[in-house]
Design a protein around this ligand. Structure first.
Ligand code: UDP
Ligand code: MG
Length: 318
């Protein structure tokens, strides 16, 4: 099998332990992709799955030449998996979508049409109906986007996730960013390319369970904030100032009480002050730590993922 020329469209799909949904996903995606009327490649990025995802992908590749498989050495996270796919996708357009069929593949045709008709470089998928997301997911998402709006003006749409179509120029611009822990839904709007959007209905996950536990959601939020805003650092400074002011008031009071000859019992207030000051210091240290951590990671310049295998390179090898 010869290596394909650069296709018109690359469909990048991050997958982590998706053995259950994989057959459904392939059965739904393939006719849609074949019916687009353009050359395409599907770049499935196996994000270090430890179930049968890799085997399922190899099996599917046997009779689907457009399916390309990239395997990461270890589970590196949704955003890193997408980044790996973007770095290797060759299409004139690249669309990223989830493997669990929450992003309907049929919408890709609308995105392509919108990009060409409106002459834009990015087409965002906007979730018009999120009733399939859990109450918890929607509530945390709302809180997260509102906070991001307050902390940084990223221009990201609140109901846009990682289902979007990007032109080659956009993908090249993303690939040129050396940023560690990049959160693409904020990075892409920040690039400032002309964009359009299509609204879609977000379906339920077709099979399997979410690969986004709370810890990963929290990590994504912290990465987003620290990537785009210095407000938490200023908040730490503000806490320090407020604490200093409080201490000054207390000092004045203590001097007054001593001069007035009051007997100060003092235990409760001491405990409260020590605990509160300790907590504030830890918080400020934690905030500092997040930024120092980002600097550290950036200075190490280690990739956020390692590619263990790429089916395309296997084909090119003698
Ligand atoms: N995913 C990934 N690596 C991870 C976690 C998730 O590649 O560490 C993929 C996952 O296979 C899916 C997409 O990212 O294709 C979105 O994950 P999921 O559907 O579990 O998230 P949710 O929709 O619950 O937020
Ligand atoms: Mg999902």
């Amino acid at each position: 099998m010869a290596a394909m020329a650069a296709p018109h469209l690359s469909i990048v799909v991050p997958m982590f332990n998706e053995e259950e949904v994989l057959p459904l996903f392939i059965a739904r995606l393939r006719p849609v992709a074949d019916g687009l009327g353009v050359s395409y490649e599907v770049v499935a990025v196996d994000d270090g799955s430890h179930d049968q995802t890799a085997i399922g992908l190899q099996r599917a590749r046997r009779d689907w030449p457009q399916l390309r498989v990239i395997r990461l050495r270890a589970n590196s996270g949704h955003q890193a998996a997408i980044s790996a796919g973007l770095a290797r996708a060759r299409g004139a357009y690249v669309v990223t979508l989830d493997a669990d069929l929450q992003d309907p593949p049929e919408v890709v045709a609308e995105m392509l049409a919108a990009a060409q008709e409106k002459h834009v470089e990015v087409v965002y998928g906007i979730r018009g109906d999120r009733s399939s997301d859990s109450v918890f997911k929607r509530a945390t998402a709302r809180f997260f986007y509102r906070s991001m709006d307050k902390l940084a003006e990223t221009g990201a749409h609140h109901d846009a996730g990682d289902f979007r179509l990007m032109s080659r120029a956009t993908v090249d611009a993303i690939n040129a960013l050396p940023e560690y822990g990049r959160v693409l839904r904020f990075v892409v709007p920040a690039l400032g390319f002309p964009s359009a959007s299509v609204t879609y209905r977000r379906d339920e996950r077709a099979a399997g369970s979410s690969k986004y536990p709370f810890a990963k959601m929290l990590r994504l939020s912290i990465d987003s904030v620290t990537a785009f805003s210095l407000a938490p650092l200023r908040f730490a400074t503000f806490l320090g100032l407020a604490g200093g002011l409080g201490a000054l008031v207390l000092l004045l009071y203590a001097l007054y009480a001593r001069a007035a000859g009051h007997v100060v019992a003092g235990w409760t207030s001491t405990v409260v002050i020590v605990t509160a000051v300790g907590a504030v210091q830890l918080l400020a240290l934690g905030i500092l730590g997040e930024y120092v951590g980002r600097l550290y990671a950036a200075s190490q310049a280690r990739p956020s993922y390692y590619v263990a295998y790429d089916s395309e390179e296997e084909q090119r090898a003698p």
